[in-house]
Design a protein around this ligand. Structure first.
Ligand code: BGC
Length: 718
């Protein structure tokens, strides 16, 4: 399609329409949840003639109906773009992103993106609002579940893997889907951990910890980007010329589509940076926001602003051309349905191959936090008590799973029965998991059930709806009376393994004191029960490592593992306060479980870390070898993590910084050498003048995990 010729035939209103996005629910009946108030209401027939894109629909039949209806009304026959949040699977749900981060496995993340792509394209999705790569260091923020890690490196690598897999080589291939990376920028650092709240960050920290992941996704080819809701250093992102014009379009040369977040153009008014809706439109257009998601502010005011010359027509045309270009690249002018196909939906949704990937992902993202000889359970134990609010729960899919996802969840009893048909299961809920649910009436029965059993699996956590958008918490302990339930059950039967389902790092300080074993499952998705049963009975060996540390107390937050040193670091043991040093009087400084931590059923011994040189020039490559041995009697996977410390620089540098990782499999007794290469590029940082440079000096390299660096070697950069 000659999109420039097409543009020249369009009226002003038609051009504006390309920049308007509506909820599909305006044009078809659906019961899908929307994530905010819609903007101004516009009659559907009026909008349908010109609207450029819609979001949130259910299936291929709806996708086709939406397209047919629109094409019949649009005199230019410009197909709609259909967008949907496919965040961790469509029908086959795999673990939440924070859990995928714990897999430290880019290839597995790509496999998951592959099943999501196949299902999403069959459903008729052209654009997915994925990946979300907001660095998050504060578990109060309910959206921490949507990110891969507190560490930008994981967000960069996993985000890029998702983009490459989802978009494929050629967007016109009906099985490929375009990616919209989000939420640009620093949405994960709201004050007080409260969603949508304002963000204040120095430019240096912003560039170092927050911007790299968006950039990595754009470098991998992401075709769209979504500015975040929050104000960043005083200006909401959708109207932030520094973020959008200077960095995104200028420094990074991004020429794809920018789409606002839900109603965010209109929200410039309550933010207090626009006097009116009309003013909001001007500001968003000036900052280069192409598509207005659902606020209808562009629909109402953009044409007038162009007519009066406030917004130059050339600016409008450039935005429209970007949208048309995307439609053209997706091949929509030739095939407006793209991949939508009821037949392919039947073929791919929840197919055995997709479930197998989801199960493996759930296994590899589980983190074994503690194990005093309880796990794996022996098949000799016949009577198993399955206690707690999640014992039979189906809502183990997380905030962004599609509506109805719980219908397909394999529950824990189903998973156990599939693995151990002869096991006798005693099921007891014990208590609820809702915030404020203080009903203790089930505790006695739960304790009695525990006492009768050979072993107990105690399921605790947060209900699925307590994390996600708009779900911030100020307390991060287990909701309700779950801690009491744990105390009663463990006292009744010390052979208890606690299994956790939650969307954020919780404060488990009290639980950790009494639980003999703790397995963090996050929200594992469709294959929850099968994966968990296999992990509990040792068919699968846990290998996940925390992608975000677990605090001891809310007061530690935000709590980055890659913290800066102070001039008065606390000396000696972490559990003792030292006057006039940087510490708390009542709580250690370090997390309960640090970033990168996770146990296995086998034992890995790190034998050595060697460098092939102790000096390097800027052109050299330093070769690092880590030797480790599997000292146990089971095969297992270990994530070998490489940390850097710059001992002295012109600005303060982190005490530890993950610069690379590799996941390796070792048979019992096997020894392996793992090789890393370090170049000058990995030693760079943003200096005082915000230049990205390395500085000569001494550095340390270590392996292990955060706060537990096992081997350290020094080298000098000349
Ligand atoms: C969320 C986005 C999402 C959008 C569309 C917003 O409320 O912040 O992450 O992509 O809704 O559903």
């Amino acid at each position: 399609m000659d999109i420039k010729a097409l543009l020249s035939r369009m009226t002003l209103e038609e051009k504006v329409g390309q920049l308007v996005q509506s909820n599909a629910g305006q044009f078809i009946r659906n019961d899908l949840e929307i994530t905010g108030p819609d903007g101004e209401t516009v009659p559907a027939e009026e909008l349908n003639r010109v609207v450029g894109s819609v979001l949130t629909f259910e299936d291929a039949a709806q996708a086709k109906a939406l397209q047919d209806q629109h094409m019949a009304a649009d005199r230019n026959r410009i197909p709609l773009l259909l967008m949907l949040d496919v965040i961790h699977g469509l029908r086959t749900t795999y673990p939440i992103p924070l859990a995928m981060g714990c897999s430290f496995d880019d290839a597995l993340t790509a496999e998951c993106a592959e099943i999501a792509r196949r299902e999403a394209s069959a459903c008729g999705v052209h654009v997915t609002f994925n990946p979300m790569v907001d660095t998050a260091r504060d578990a109060r923020w309910g959206r921490i579940l949507e990110t891969y890690s507190e560490e930008p490196l994981l967000n960069c690598r996993m985000g890029a893997a998702i983009v490459r897999t989802t978009q494929g080589q050629n967007l016109a291939d009906p099985e490929n889907v375009a990616c919209c990376v989000k939420h640009y920028a620093a949405y994960g650092a709201p004050e007080g951990g409260r969603d949508y709240n304002t963000v204040e960050l120095s430019e240096r920290l912003l560039r170092e910890a927050y911007l790299p992941a968006y950039k990595a996704c754009l470098d991998a080819g992401a075709r769209l980007i979504m500015p975040s809701f929050n104000a960043l250093n005083g200006i909401p992102s959708v109207a932030n010329p520094w973020l959008m014009n200077r960095v995104l379009r200028g420094e990074w040369g991004f020429d794809g589509v920018v789409i606002s977040d839900y109603n965010a153009v209109m929200e410039l008014v309550p933010h207090g940076v626009a006097e009116s809706l009309r003013d909001a439109v001007r500001k968003a257009m000036e900052a280069g926001c192409d598509i207005d998601m659902v606020s209808n502010a562009y629909y109402r005011h953009l044409a007038d602003l162009v007519r009066e010359g406030t917004v130059p027509e050339a600016v409008l045309d450039a935005a429209v051309l970007r949208v048309l270009q995307l439609k053209n690249d997706l091949g929509l002018f030739e095939n407006p349905y793209h991949g939508a196909s009821e037949e392919r939906e039947r073929e791919v949704y929840l197919c055995p191959a997709h479930r197998e990937v989801a199960r493996r992902a759930a296994e590899e993202s589980a983190v074994l936090l503690k194990n005093e000889g309880i796990l794996p359970l022996s098949r000799e134990l016949k009577r198993i008590a399955l206690i707690g609010p999640f014992a039979e729960e189906t809502r183990l899919n997380g905030f962004w799973s599609r509506p109805g996802a719980e219908r397909y969840t394999v529950t824990l009893p189903e998973g156990i029965r599939a693995l151990l048909p002869e096991a006798e299961l005693i099921l007891e809920r014990g208590c609820g998991a809702e915030l404020g649910d203080l009903d203790r009436s089930g505790l006695d029965r739960a304790a009695a059930a525990a006492a009768r059993a050979d072993a107990v699996i105690l399921t605790l956590g947060e209900p699925e709806n307590d994390s996600g958008e708009g779900r911030s918490r100020a307390e991060l302990t287990l909701p309700g009376v779950q801690q009491e339930l744990a105390e009663r059950v463990i006292a009744a039967n010390p052979r208890t393994a606690v299994v956790l389902f939650n969307g954020r790092p919780l404060v488990l300080t009290a639980l950790e004191k009494i639980a003999p074993a703790l397995l963090e499952m996050w929200y594992p998705g469709t294959e929850a029960g099968n994966a968990l049963a296999r992990l509990l009975w040792g068919e699968a060996n846990p290998c996940g490592k925390l992608s975000a540390g677990l605090p001891r107390a809310v007061g530690q937050l935000p709590m980055p593992y890659n913290r800066m040193n102070t001039g008065r670091p606390k000396p000696g043991p972490d559990d003792q306060a030292v006057p006039f040093t940087s510490c708390y009087l009542d709580t250690p400084n370090l997390p309960l479980y640090s970033f990168g931590y996770g146990l296995s059923y086998t034992r890995f011994v790190y034998e050595s870390l060697t460098l092939d040189r102790d000096r390097m020039s800027k052109e050299d490559t330093l070769r690092v070898t880590v030797t480790l041995r599997n000292d146990g009697d089971r095969a297992g996977k270990e994530v070998v993590q490489l940390y850097l410390r710059d001992l002295a620089a012109s600005v303060v540098r982190p005490v530890q910084q993950l610069i690379d990782y590799q996941k390796v499999m070792l048979e019992p007794g096997e020894r392996k050498e793992v090789h890393f290469e370090v170049t000058e590029k990995q030693l760079r940082f943003w200096n005082f003048d915000c230049e990205y440079v390395s500085e000569p000096g001494t550095f340390e390299l270590s392996c292990g995990w955060a706060d537990h660096l096992l081997e350290t070697k020094r080298f000098t950069l000349d």
